[in-house]
Structure formats: C-alpha cells, structure tokens
Design a protein around this ligand. Structure first.
Ligand SMILES: NC(=O)c1ccc[n+]([C@@H]2O[C@H](COP(=O)([O-])OP(=O)(O)OC[C@H]3O[C@@H](n4cnc5c(N)ncnc54)[C@H](OP(=O)(O)O)[C@@H]3O)[C@@H](O)[C@H]2O)c1
Length: 273
C-alpha cells in the first residue's frame, strides 16, 4: 500500500475508518468520502493519530447516491492525491425490519446508496485504472449478500446486487490489469450495527448471531490481507468462508435451519414466562 492512493467511500466510520487507519499505517495516501464533514474531520484526525508518519489525509463530503457530487469529490481527491490505485466502497446503509412495515422509499434508498453509490464510484475510477494497466476495486458487501435473511428484505438485495456486479466486472477488468474483490463481513461492532439493532427483528438477531461479533479493525485486517493476496471473495471468519463456498449447495439445509430458528424465536415470544 506504500505510496498508493487509497480512496474509501464511507471512510469516516466503522469498517471504512478502520481500513483508512490500516492503509495509512501501511504508507498509503488516503482519501475519505462520506456525507458529514464533521465526522470526516474527526476521522481524519483519528487516522493521523494512528499513523503519524502517513501523508496528509484528504477528505471530501458527498452523498454517494448523488453521482455528480460523488464524481466531483473523487476528482478533487485525484487532484490532491493522484490517480486512485485502490478504491474501497464501504459507504452503506441498513434498515432491517418486517417487510410489511418497511416503506418502499427505504428499499429505493438502500439500493441507491449500497448499489448505485458503489457503481458510480467504480465508473469514475476504472477508465484511469485501465489506462494505467493497474488498480484494485474493493466492494464491501455483507453475509446478507450471500444468503437472504428474515428481516433483510431491503438490505440483502442491495448486497446481492453488488455480488452480481463484482462477479460480472471481475472478468472484464482482469485483462486490463485491474482486480476486483468483494468482501462479505459478518456482524461488525460499528455505529451502523447499533443503528440496525434499533429496528432488527429478534429473528434476524438470532440468525446473524452465528457469525459472531467482529471488530471493525479485524474486518479491515482480513480485507486488506485478502486484497493483498489477490482474493476475489474476502470472507472474514470460518462461518462466512463456509457460506461463500457452499451457499448454493447447502441452501435447502440453511432454509430449514433458518425457519427452525425463527419459529423458536416466535415460540419464545408468545409463550408466557
Ligand atoms: N456493521 C456490520 O455489521 C456490517 C456487516 C456486513 C457488512 N457491512 C457493510 O459494511 C459497510 C460499512 O458499514 P459500517 O458498519 O462500518 O457502517 P458505519 O460505521 O455506519 O459507516 C458507514 C459509513 O458510510 C457513510 N455513508 C452512509 N451513507 C452514505 C451516503 N449516502 N453517502 C456517503 N457516505 C455514506 C457514513 O458517513 P455519513 O453518514 O457521514 O455519510 C459512514 O462513513 C456498509 O456497506 C455495510 O453495509 C456492515
């Protein structure tokens, strides 16, 4: 990562911030894009504190769902730090809940940020990467991008969409020397997870508990190590690795097990103590 320009959307918090700290510590020129300028400034200070020898951290506020604003922020980052060598799209939102209670606007917003927010960034940097014959694209998906789960009717499709995008794009960019990776993190202790837990059905909590609770730093380490090794699918932990390898094969068993877990949660919630 030394002397590489690493641009991270969603770099002001959680997994994106942990990636920024580790990339900066490895000598990268880091650029962060997210909406809130205050959070960006705090994040830049934290990256500098963690990696005092790292070059200046560039930040630009933009909503990744607004293509024009995002492209302008990426161009500003390129002007400050040079062409992007590594793009990491970590900006994302999740609003779990029962399907009947989630308004259509949430489905649209989730897709706009998680899928189109990634697509716009990738579109903006790939021409330069292909022209230079090198570059890395790293998309942060989710375990819910491998298997659909109770309570994730808005979130899982946006992360599945990233998987289809990454799988299709990988072969197209390979001849140009540009690699594509997609990361499937398990539950990770971040502000997003805390926010999710406010609306997450008990059934969803029971189902996602199997992957354990990871720190953002551990997910970031696994991500950067996977990217360094040239992995396409990066799966932190045994459960996510097994899921990534076997999800289609074991889908009937998973559905049976998921239904059993959700039925048990429902049973507990109707049985008086
Ligand atoms: N935490 C988990 O358990 C978990 C598990 C699997 C996958 N993931 C995925 O990992 C990624 C990072 O999540 P996290 O848990 O680290 O979340 P987080 O701590 O809430 O960080 C999310 C980041 O995205 C930015 N962001 C959100 N909406 C944005 C928008 N419209 N435009 C630009 N930036 C935006 C946020 O900053 P602003 O709000 O200032 O814009 C923040 O920097 C997400 O894609 C998430 O789906 C998380």
């Amino acid at each position: 990562m030394r002397d590489q320009h690493v641009l991270i959307t969603g770099g002001s918090s959680g997994i994106g911030l942990a990636l920024a700290c580790q990339a900066a510590a490895a000598g990268a020129r880091v650029s962060l894009i997210a909406r809130d300028p205050g959070k960006l400034a705090t994040a830049a200070s934290q990256v500098r504190a963690d990696a005092p020898a790292a070059p200046e951290i560039f930040t630009a506020p933009a909503d990744v769902a607004d293509e024009a604003a995002l492209v302008a922020a990426i161009r500003a980052a390129e002007a400050a730090n040079g062409p992007v060598d590594v793009l990491i799209t970590s900006a994302g939102v999740a609003r779990p809940g029962h399907f009947a209670e989630i308004p259509v606007s949430v489905f649209e917003h989730t897709m706009a940020v998680n899928y189109f927010g990634t697509l716009y960034a990738v579109k903006a940097v790939t021409p330069s990467m292909c022209a230079r014959g090198r570059g890395k694209i790293v998309m942060i998906s989710s375990g819910a991008g491998l298997v659909g789960l109770f309570g994730y009717t808005a979130y899982a499709p946006s992360k599945f969409a990233l998987r289809g995008f990454a799988e299709s794009l990988r072969g197209e960019l390979k001849p140009a020397g540009v690699t594509v990776s997609i990361v499937y993190p398990p539950d990770t202790d971040t502000p997003q997870l805390a926010e999710e837990n406010l609306t997450k059905p008990q059934e969803t909590k029971a189902l996602t508990a199997a992957g354990g609770l990871w720190t953002a730093e551990a997910v970031a380490r696994a991500t950067l190590e996977g990217v360094r090794r040239g992995r396409f699918a990066v799966t932190p932990g045994v459960q996510l690795t097994a899921l990534a390898w076997l999800h289609s094969l074991i889908a009937p068993v998973l559905r049976w097990s998921f239904d059993r877990t959700t039925a048990q949660v429902r049973q507990r919630s109707v049985t008086p103590r």
